[in-house]
Ligand binder design. Structure first.
Ligand SMILES: NC(=O)c1ccc[n+]([C@@H]2O[C@H](COP(=O)([O-])OP(=O)(O)OC[C@H]3O[C@@H](n4cnc5c(N)ncnc54)[C@H](OP(=O)(O)O)[C@@H]3O)[C@@H](O)[C@H]2O)c1
Length: 264
């Protein structure tokens, strides 16, 4: 399928690793000029080098910034005032007991996982609406609609992503701009690979069985019984970002391997 994305400009937040990196590479493979973001310059530059190698016709750029900070966000917006595609991917998560969630932790998760994406959408949507072209895509999680209770401070922010995207989609009525959310299930990012290492290094189980054991015991509802690969999420996001996906508006799209056991 011809995606029709060549020459567009995208900001993918938190794209120095994990799902965001796969989205950045996926968009670049379709000819998109991607702005790569993360807090560490060396990791951002490594992704830019990978894009230059895989998609030499594109013009990737760096946005080294802590997007939970208003001043960093303003600097990124000033350096890149016009984009066609905003992927609000950056997010933090940390399992913890509900009783350990202090007001400061609630605040940190709200600022990082909700307010950062809101501020970027607020900055970039007007230009998209004026040009009658653009995409805003939030990356939420199955935790948005099925909180596990393992990290209430995270789950709440992911539910907010869905609500915010739906509200923003109301601003696009009658035009070509869309706002949607993609909800990944458990995905094999570097962070999840590290978590498996921590969980199983001393277990005596061969490494080849860590993933299947994790799925069987910690994600029993998953129908595919494997971790999703970041590239699989990226392919869905690239499609939603493309003109081919113009009929999705305010949608919450699940790619969770069947983890959420309901029809909707
Ligand atoms: N992995 C999963 O199983 C899974 C499942 C469902 C949903 N999700 C969602 O998918 C998104 C990506 O998750 P992931 O697992 O790919 O995460 P990840 O591997 O931890 O990567 C997060 C990215 O965000 C960057 N980042 C973190 N804090 C930042 C900040 N304040 N400012 C700028 N960049 C920041 C990180 O780079 P630096 O640390 O260098 O800044 C990194 O590039 C998140 O919204 C997450 O909630 C993930």
């Amino acid at each position: 399928m011809e995606m029709g994305l060549t020459g567009q400009r995208a900001l993918v937040t938190g794209s120095s690793k994990g799902i965001g990196k796969a989205i950045a590479l996926g968009l670049a493979a379709e000819g998109v000029d991607v702005i790569v973001n993360g807090r560490h310059a060396d990791e951002v530059e490594a992704v830019i080098a990978a894009i230059r190698q895989a998609a030499p016709a594109t013009n990737p750029q760096a946005a080294v910034a802590d997007l939970s900070r208003a001043e960093d966000r303003e600097a990124v917006i000033a350096a890149h005032p016009d984009i066609d595609i905003l992927v609000n991917n950056m997010g933090i998560f940390e399992p913890m007991s509900y009783w350990d969630i202090t007001p400061a932790i609630w605040q940190k998760f709200f600022e990082t996982n909700v307010l950062a994406g809101d501020a970027l959408a607020r900055a970039y949507l007007p230009g998209m609406l004026n040009r009658d072209q653009g995409r805003v895509i939030f990356i939420a999680s199955e935790e948005a609609i099925m909180p596990s209770g393992e990290m209430a401070q995270y789950s709440m922010t992911k539910t907010m992503n869905l609500s915010l995207a739906k509200s923003l989609s109301k601003l696009t009525r009658g035009g070509q701009v869309t706002v949607n959310t993609v909800m990944p299930g458990s995905t094999l990012t570097e962070g999840v690979a590290d978590m498996l290492q921590t969980m199983y290094a001393d277990s005596g189980l061969p490494q080849s069985q860590w993933e299947s054991d994790f799925m069987a015991h910690h994600r029993p509802l998953s129908q595919i019984q494997r971790l999703i690969r970041p590239e699989e999420i990226a392919r869905l996001v690239v499609f939603v970002a493309s003109p081919q996906a113009g009929a999705f508006s305010g949608a919450a799209l699940r790619m969770d391997g069947g983890l959420v056991p309901t029809i909707f």
